[in-house]
Write a protein that binds this ligand. Structure first.
Ligand code: ATP
Length: 327
């Protein structure tokens, strides 16, 4: 069963002084059960607007949003107890401990102290639970927020940019926590504009740009389907190899201790043969993989002349503070 289904979602914000912004423009999305689903798009793509429509916080201009099979525009009440979410930064009392904060929230929902203790452990705050929230790092505050969303033991967790503003260590903690929650069988839906985060954390991804779905599928498939159309070649005599390949008419260039050659996937043999004919032997030959960043930039690039609803161009909005630092 699909946990989240969005059909033809459109949201137009009208400005007071006239004019309007179409934040989401005919979005269709299906999120399968279990695992971590990344909702990826540049700033202003319409991610938050989609999440707010899904959770009944704002009314869409048109379209249908379903959570666990229930139309959230019509009957949110019947399903909301099975869903935990953080859309805005959760409001916590900084002078109270993490435990006290969760107990206060839990009291409103009839949740026991034992469940609060269990939740603190689950988000890795068991031993800091009695410390005041104002002494917490941003990552710990975010984990406490996730703890608040988990109190009801929801089947679905919807988090808008959970790793925003965190340092690499904080991102890693969130990533491990969310992956663990996905492995337990929950469906974790996270929005993000950070590519490496989605790649490392998610099983499935949907890429959104200018309020529309660009591509959706298993992270590996989204990457796999798009070969970068080339090969990485290594051999001891790099300079000679480069010269030989170029002389044979191939588009080749030195790249980081290897040669990159632009060539169709079924043409690998011509690289081997060209080099071997000159007495040069390879130490490595592998396809150049398209990384998510390249795919993302290609897919979200604003076609020339098209009026984008986004305030920021996709390329400018691309930030990747976690790249390489959060292994
Ligand atoms: P970000 O990563 O920056 O949060 P996003 O993908 O979540 O971006 P949204 O916040 O949904 O994108 O914004 C989509 C578009 O709608 C943007 O152009 C934004 O300026 C506009 N927008 C969002 N909220 C409102 C609002 N309340 N009134 C008017 N325009 C809005």
């Amino acid at each position: 069963m699909a946990v989240i289904e969005i059909e033809g979602l459109k949201k137009e914000y009208r400005r007071l002084r006239g004019g309007s912004t179409i934040a989401v423009n005919g979005l269709d999305l299906v999120v399968p059960e279990g695992g971590v689903f990344g909702f990826l798009g540049p700033n202003g793509a319409g991610k938050t607007t989609t999440v707010r429509c899904l959770l009944g916080l704002i009314r869409p201009t048109s379209g249908v949003t379903r959570l666990l099979g229930v139309d959230t525009q019509k009957d949110l009440k019947s399903v909301i107890n099975r869903v935990g979410s953080i859309v805005e930064t959760p409001s916590l009392f900084p002078g109270f401990s993490g435990r006290k904060n969760l107990e206060l929230l839990g009291a409103l929902q009839g949740i026991s102290r034992a469940r609060v203790a269990e939740t603190l452990d689950r988000v890795g705050l068991g031993d800091r639970g009695n410390h005041r929230v104002k002494t917490y790092s941003l990552g710990m505050k975010q984990r406490l927020g996730i703890g608040a969303a988990l109190l009801k033991d929801p089947e679905v967790l919807i988090l808008d940019e959970p790793a925003n503003g965190l340092d690499p260590a904080g991102i890693k903690e969130i990533r491990e926590l969310l992956r663990g929650l996905g492995r337990e069988g929950r469906t974790v839906f996270v929005s993000s504009h950070i590519l490496s985060e989605v790649r490392q954390m998610c099983d499935h991804v949907a890429i959104l740009a200018r309020g529309q779905l660009i591509v959706s599928g298993a992270v590996d498939d989204v990457l796999h389907e798009r070969s970068a159309g080339g090969f990485v070649v290594r051999l001891p005599e790099l300079d000679r190899g480069l010269e030989v390949l170029k002389r044979a008419g191939m588009e080749a260039a030195l790249a980081d201790g290897s040669i990159s050659v632009k060539l169709a996937a079924d043409q690998a043999g011509s690289i081997t043969k060209t080099l071997a004919d000159e007495g040069l032997y390879l130490s490595e030959l592998r396809p150049l993989e398209a990384d998510l960043e390249t795919v993302f930039l290609e897919l979200t690039r604003d076609p020339a002349g098209q009026d984008a609803t986004s305030d920021a161009p996709a390329d400018a909005a691309l930030q990747d503070p976690a790249a390489g630092a959060s292994q």
